[in-house]
Structure formats: C-alpha cells, structure tokens
Design a protein around this ligand. Structure first.
Ligand code: ADP
Ligand code: MG
Length: 364
C-alpha cells in the first residue's frame, strides 16, 4: 500500500495515525483493516464503528509517482464537499452527508459517510439497472432547477479569498457557441482523415444538429462529470453518488455525458487497463438499460429536452471520435494514454466503431 505521504509507514500504522488525529478508535491488528476498494487515485477503507469511509490518496497513479500538490488536493476535496452538499439539497441522501478532509504533506485523507454496499452491474437485472438510471436522470434534471452557489463556469478552483469558483469567468452562452465552433473544426479534421465513412451524410447531419443545439436555454448548473459505475453505488436504498468530478456547466451537456458513457464509452473501453476491471463488455444490457432509464427520468416526457439531449450526445460521440483520431496521429502513445485508451490498434478499432455510429446516428 503506497500512500501519498512524506512519512511512509506501514498500512496499519498510517491508518492508525489518521484515526488518532480524528480522535477515533485505532485498529488493533492487520486483520482489522476493512479494505473497501480502490480507484485510480485513492484507497478506501471502511471504519466500521463510525460507518465512515477513509480515503487515502495513492502515491502511484497511472503507473506514475503522484507529486504532492497541496492546492490541487484542497481544491479537489473542497469541490467534492461542495457537490455533496449541493446534491443533498436537491435530493436528500444521494451523496454522503458527512465529508471532511485534511491535506498535509505527511497525512492527506478524506473521511465521509459510508453509503453502503453496491450491487455491481453483474448483480442487476436490466429492470433494476433501468430504475437506477431513471433515478439518476431525475436527479440530473432536478440539479438544473437550482441556482449554483458559485460564480464562473468550468471545473472548480479556489479564488483569492479561498472561495470556490469556476475556473473560467466567461458567459456560458458565449462559451457554448465557441465550443460549437470547435466541434465543427473537429468534424472537418475527421472528414479530412483517410478513414472512410459517409462523410457527406455526417456533415449534413452535424450541421443540422448543431443548428438545433440548445444554447440560449441553458443555465449554469453545478453538476458532475464522473458518474462511472465505479462511482455510483447501486444500493437497496437507491443509486448513491460518490467521488464526483464537479463542474459548473450546461446541465444538458453533462446529462448527455452520462448517456454517452453508458451507451457507448464503457462498452467500447472494456479493453483498456483503466477500465478492464469493470468487464463492461459483459454488462452492455445493464449499461444500456441504465441509459434508457436515465433518458426517461431526465426528459420526463419533454420532447424539447429529448431533442436537446439528442444533439449533445451526438457531440460527445463526435468529440470522442476526434480524440481517437488525434491519438492515432501521435508517433507513439505514452504510458498514460495506453492505460486510458489502449494500444494504437485498439484505438483505431474503436474509432471505426465510432465513425459507424456517427454515420448511423438518427437525425431526430
Ligand atoms: N462513501 C462511500 N461509501 C461506500 N463505498 C465507498 C465510498 N467511498 C468509496 N467507496 C468505495 O471505494 C472505491 C474507491 O473509492 P473512490 O473514492 O471512488 O476512489 P478514487 O478516487 O480512486 O476513484 C469506490 O469505487 C467504492 O467502491
Ligand atoms: Mg472513484
């Protein structure tokens, strides 16, 4: 267990040092450690007596040593706390009620409410997956009706007085228009590539969809970009959200992000080192059912919302195709790129799938 700390110690020793700092009962022996799981960045432990989860950042992420960056860690944890509080106002109990953190060179950790055991995708019927998706969709829609408590747009950072704010001071509508131009440029590059697909058809479709993009209707929403199945706990008491990547942005865009990920990204990233553990290729029906429920919950019968979402999902597909094309233009992929996206051959194989999907994407 390699933790991000300036004073390396054994796992039990380090955990106990934290528990002592928190005024909690220490763990007597190695066998008393309850390892909950690990993501790319943290080890998570259940502190049974308090029903709390202790998360300690890893020293190695994506096979590289993580450097201690006090401000970045503080911003990450402050943003998590901000999202948890905001989310719980919108839907009580969807996120941990309790969250605190400490960022110090020798001891960095977070402590949050234990949200229960997750029935992984493997244990869900598609009916259950759809219901979880529906709950998440309704929650994402509800987020849109609450004014965010922070200024700016984009990911959160600490301002001069330690307050949280979006990294960009721009107007959302202007930014969305700028982003639409970028999508057009990405499409141009895809069309200019030697990869064969019905380019005329995709250009026409993209033009029409972009023209109908919801820009003026969008408001800034405090929302979450990371709703991967690792960070959604599918519990008996419903879907719970942990480890968010909060940002201030268009709600429709982030709802589309969830849909795109469950419909397309996870089913096509199962062969990467990063997502291999998820075995998502075996759970495509559950992922698809989650997406279907999400769509129903989010749109709540609104044809307009349905159309807006449809445009944004197309843009996610377009930009992911573009990312893959860019990776293929690199001489060699670095280790992190390989871990995240796979080998060049896998990236190319995936790009071909995406181009077919772009071609077949329904107009409305
Ligand atoms: N509050 C929580 N309640 C229940 N399980 C949790 C909680 N926090 C983390 N876990 C478990 O630990 C795993 C890793 O924690 P996570 O915070 O997602 O780490 P990372 O930041 O590396 O992705 C999660 O996927 C989940 O299984
Ligand atoms: Mg995680």
């Amino acid at each position: 267990m390699l933790f991000l700390t300036a004073t390396p110690a054994l796992e039990l020793e380090h955990i106990n040092k934290i528990l002592k700092t928190e005024g909690m009962k220490e763990i007597a022996t190695e066998s008393g450690i309850n390892r909950l799981g690990e993501g790319a960045w943290h080890f998570a432990y259940l502190i049974e007596e308090e029903q709390l989860v202790l998360r300690i950042p890893k020293k190695i992420a994506y096979e590289k040593e993580v450097l201690f960056n006090e401000k970045a860690l503080r911003e990450e944890y402050a943003a998590t706390l901000a999202f948890y509080q905001h989310a719980n106002k919108v839907k009580k109990g969807i996120c941990p009620e309790h969250f605190k953190f400490r960022v110090k060179k020798d001891m960095t950790y977070t402590m949050e409410s234990y949200m229960g055991d997750s029935a992984g995708l493997s244990q869900q019927t598609t009916k259950e997956s759809k219901q979880y998706g529906r709950e998440l969709g309704m929650f994402f829609r509800a987020l849109e009706s609450v004014k965010p408590p922070y200024k700016g747009i984009g990911y959160l950072e600490e301002g001069e007085n330690g307050e949280l704010r979006g990294k960009m001071g721009k107007d959302l509508h202007a930014f969305l228009l700028e982003e639409s131009r970028e999508y057009e440029e990405e499409l141009q590059e895809l069309v200019a590539s030697p990869y064969e697909f019905n380019k005329e058809k995709v250009i026409k479709k993209a033009e029409c969809l972009l023209l109908n993009r919801s820009v003026d209707k969008e408001q800034v929403v405090l929302t979450n970009q990371d709703t991967s199945p690792e960070n959604i706990l599918f519990t008996q008491r419903g879907a719970k959200m942990i480890d968010p990547f909060p940002l201030l942005y268009s709600g429709t865009s982030l709802a589309a992000n969830h849909l795109f990920n469950y419909q397309t990204l996870f089913p096509t990233f199962y062969n990467t080192i990063r997502y291999g553990k998820g075995n998502y290729d075996r759970y495509i029906p559950q992922l698809a059912a989650n997406a279907k429920g999400f769509m129903e919950g989010y749109t709540a019968g609104s044809r307009q919302k349905h159309a807006d979402l449809h445009v944004e999902v197309f843009l996610k597909l377009l930009t992911m195709s573009y990312t893959h094309l860019q990776l293929l233009k690199e001489e060699v992929l670095n280790r992190e790129q390989v871990i995240r996206f796979g080998t060049k051959a896998q990236v190319e194989e995936r790009l071909l799938i995406y181009l077919k999907k772009l071609e077949g994407y329904p107009l409305f």
